[in-house]
Design a protein around this ligand. Structure first.
Ligand SMILES: Cc1cc2nc3c(=O)[nH]c(=O)nc-3n(C[C@H](O)[C@H](O)[C@H](O)COP(=O)(O)O)c2cc1C
Length: 506
């Protein structure tokens, strides 16, 4: 592991907690004069357009969402059309609206503040209609731009300590955050959002891959400097967060060409930018320095033995074919719910959501039975399930009741006093035992715990819209949430929150 201060991740988490007092006392305001551009634009590179007539899969959506990464073959051929589908429905612009100050570009996946600070890059070998290279995906004009010619996969594979899925992949998607594009609004808390907002993108990407039997695996263990250098990032502003290995069975990658600094121009994001050192420090303290470190980083943090059997409520079985629509139709329909209705969730809907999102994530930081987080529920209104709080017991695939009663008022406080948590039928929180994650993975375990929660949170969005319900991500008062779910949750840290339920309209 790195020699960095082992308490750095914990310290970052503590100093970016929201409380009623911290939010009220914050002098921060939105400086509209320096609102950052929501796109990274390389003005001097030729666009390589992607086909806009994106194809659609046929697998029922819930099956694709629930899939923990079961594709066994090499997957369908990866060409521009296949990449267009993956990029469009995970990070593409799906809706535009105008407002007095300008235009808003809404993307396929939810993002805090609609600020879209996550960028996707592609490193590939020769594909049927795309030369080997390192490319940036530009959602603003739905085009790739080639940053480097040649097959650079070996650089990525080496940086991961030869992670097997990366080594076998014909294409690797790298995802980054440009901090300022989110910290403009959220200040230092934006580092959490790096994982929240890539998690929702990855939930889409994993479901899109699963829908066409394309192997996909998230890799978080890599030598940070090597990937940042490959993408030529200014690491004080933008860093690589992770890699998704796509496909399997690629012939061994050739030795990577030299990757000299590129010095490519990008359009300024705003007239000036504000630096939040807490973000850079938390990231630097969780970096890996050598391929050997990366090789031993991959793995899983086993869960403690389950508590003596508490009485539990079994969920209804998941009918993965219940929604015949494909995942693309669901993604087109998705958008954060702003108007939940007081109608209850049906028990089969609640069961389908909880089961579909907890079947597992294909990643180098987890394994079946080794999830880093636990879903906690506030059930405001569900048919066949008393209102109250529950924890989802991953080992038994069942809900353990914690407290019975109506908690709408509390739910409407815990989400930073927004009414959405009170109005939604269900609030789903992900809490992590950070000690377990940090003991196994060092400071980088913080990245893994946040990302795992966010991928499941992103799946919750998708499952809700598959079932023609609504969902929205929400932020929260950290310690109040832990206290609310205690004593069961004592010592745990809150990673993510989604509110779900029937809605009136978006
Ligand atoms: C992790 C996360 C947290 C969010 N937190 C809030 C929130 O606290 N309040 C809110 O109204 N919307 C919240 N949102 C919703 C975003 O504002 C929304 O995704 C964004 O405006 C884009 O719109 P769309 O989801 O309809 O595409 C959150 C979204 C995510 C992914």
């Amino acid at each position: 592991m790195t020699s960095a201060d082992p308490s750095a991740a914990r310290r970052y988490h503590e100093r970016t907690k929201h409380s009623f007092q911290s939010v009220r006392a914050s002098p921060h305001f939105l400086d509209w004069d320096i609102m950052p551009r929501p796109f990274k634009v390389y003005p001097d590179l030729e666009p390589i357009s992607l086909p806009r007539d994106v194809t659609t899969s046929t697998r029922p959506a819930l099956a694709a969402i629930a899939d923990p990464g079961t594709a066994t073959g090499t997957g369908p051929r990866l060409d521009r059309a296949a990449l267009a589908r993956l990029f469009y429905f995970s990070a593409g612009v799906l809706r535009r609206t105008t407002y007095p100050g300008g235009e808003m570009f809404y993307r396929a996946a939810a993002c805090t503040g609609a600020l879209y600070h996550i960028d996707l890059y592609l490193a590939c070998g020769p594909l049927p209609d795309l030369d080997p290279g390192v490319y940036h995906f530009g959602p603003h004009d739905f085009a790739l731009r080639r940053l480097r010619a040649g097959d650079h996969r070996e650089a990525v594979i080496g940086a991961t300590g030869r992670e097997p899925a990366a080594a076998a992949a014909p294409a690797l998607v790298l995802f980054t955050s440009t901090f300022w594009r989110n910290s403009w609004k959220y200040q230092a808390r934006a580092y959490r959002h790096c994982f929240w907002d890539s998690g929702t993108i990855l939930a889409n990407l994993l479901a899109l891959a699963a829908a066409v039997d394309l192997p996909a695996r998230v890799v978080l263990g890599f030598v940070d400097d090597e990937l940042n250098r490959l993408l030529d990032l200014d690491t004080a502003r933008e860093v690589t967060l992770g890699v998704v290995a796509l496909g399997r069975g690629a012939p061994p990658a050739p030795p990577a060409p030299a990757a000299a600094p590129l010095g490519l121009a990008t359009l300024p994001l705003s007239a000036r930018e504000v630096d939040y050192p807490a973000i850079r420090e938390a990231h630097a303290a969780s970096c890996l320095a050598t391929a050997e470190e990366a090789a031993v980083w991959h793995g899983a943090a086993p869960r403690p033995a389950p508590a003596p059997a508490e009485s539990a409520v079994s969920l209804a079985p998941l009918d993965a074919d219940a929604v015949p629509e494909p995942i693309e139709t669901v993604i087109r329909r998705r958008g954060s719910m702003r108007d939940f209705s007081p109608e209850p969730l049906r028990f089969d809907q609640l069961s389908a959501i909880v089961r579909a999102i907890t079947r597992g994530v294909p990643g180098d930081f987890t394994a079946p039975g080794a999830a880093l987080t636990d879903p906690y529920l506030i059930v405001n209104a569900a048919e066949g399930l008393p209102s109250g709080t529950y924890v989802f017991d991953r080992e038994r695939d069942a809900l353990v009741p914690l407290r019975a009663g109506s908690f709408r008022r509390e739910a409407g406080f815990l989400d930073l006093g927004q009414s959405l948590g009170a109005e939604a039928a269900l609030d789903l929180y992900w809490l992590a035992d950070l000690d377990r994650a940090l003991d196994r993975f060092g400071n980088r375990g913080y990245r893994a715990a946040q990302l795992e929660a966010a991928i499941e949170g992103g799946k919750a969005y998708l499952a809700a819209y598959a079932l023609r319900l609504g969902a929205t991500g929400l932020t929260f008062f950290d310690d109040d949430v832990t206290a609310f779910f205690s004593p069961h949750a004592a010592g745990k840290s809150v990673m993510f929150l989604t509110a779900l339920g029937p809605g009136r309209r978006r």
